[in-house]
Write a protein of this length. Sequence first.
Length: 309
Amino acid sequence: MASTRVTDPIPQTPTATIPNLGASKASIQAHYDREPRLYERFLGASLAYSAGIWIEPSNRDTLEAAQLRKLDWHIDISGAESAQRVLEVGFGWGSLIKRLITRRPDLDYVGLSLADNQAEYVRRYAPENFKTELAAWQVYQTNRPFDAILSLEAMEHFAGKTADRNERIEAYRLFFEFCGRALRVGGRASIQVNGWANIAPGSEARHIAESRIDGFWTEGNLPHASEMLLASEPWFNLVHLEGKPHDYVYTLRAWLRNLRSHEADLNALVGPEMVSDYIRNLTLCLKAYVGGAVTLYRLVLERKGPVVA
Ligand SMILES: C[S@@+](CC[C@H](N)C(=O)[O-])C[C@H]1O[C@@H](n2cnc3c(N)ncnc32)[C@H](O)[C@@H]1O
């Protein structure tokens, strides 16, 4: 993407620390700070803890190919390929970092995460220009704008589990305001997030999804598409929005296959309780997807401002 510098019409006041309306650091660490070899076995070589982009029929595709396609999709549409400076919110086990090291080894990259194990794991292989910070976006500050922001399946943690629609919109507004301040005019944010599909409350699939959010991703919540659009409007124009539940159905099936085929090995590594907990929870997530309660959003936004071609 051409990096056109224009005057920013939105005042850039220094960002004070933003209140955390979502998951606590303790609950994030309880979920993610586990034995990396558990994740290596079930997520596969990409170590992406988010849905891939699958071609159909899915039995002609593989988890690895789907994950690579997903990473390249976000890199391409966000403009990260031609960017000087990129921010990732929630770098997980570093799947995007690995891909960017291959595609843009010279990139000025900053990644944020709250999980110590993940940061330690990624720092073992990431070069110096790929900086990983153990910091929430709510406290991260920079005085140099980014050209692109990517955030794959971290937004599920940004609103509290009891938040109603208005409270979710407020939590997401704080996030998009952060992105708006961190991005140059014309810069893009590419976001992937599990969200509510348009299904009547009270259905079995919805109930399963709610119980998983409560019991598995302790302090999480999910957005409706309309909430993300309302929350991002003051700072962004919409470039792309899609709902792709099948991408998660195929990804969950592949993760479950991996867990089952490594079950004996994983039982010895992390204990049968944790392995069966993952199998049970991912099976329920799959049911929530197949039942139509949840969907997978990909949302691409462009920072508002005059654009000079
Ligand atoms: C499901 S993982 C996704 C990881 C990665 N994007 C991927 O696709 O594999 C969610 C990530 O979001 C991070 N996270 C959650 N809340 C955060 C916050 N407030 N600030 C920064 N990172 C956060 C977690 O530490 C974790 O790395």
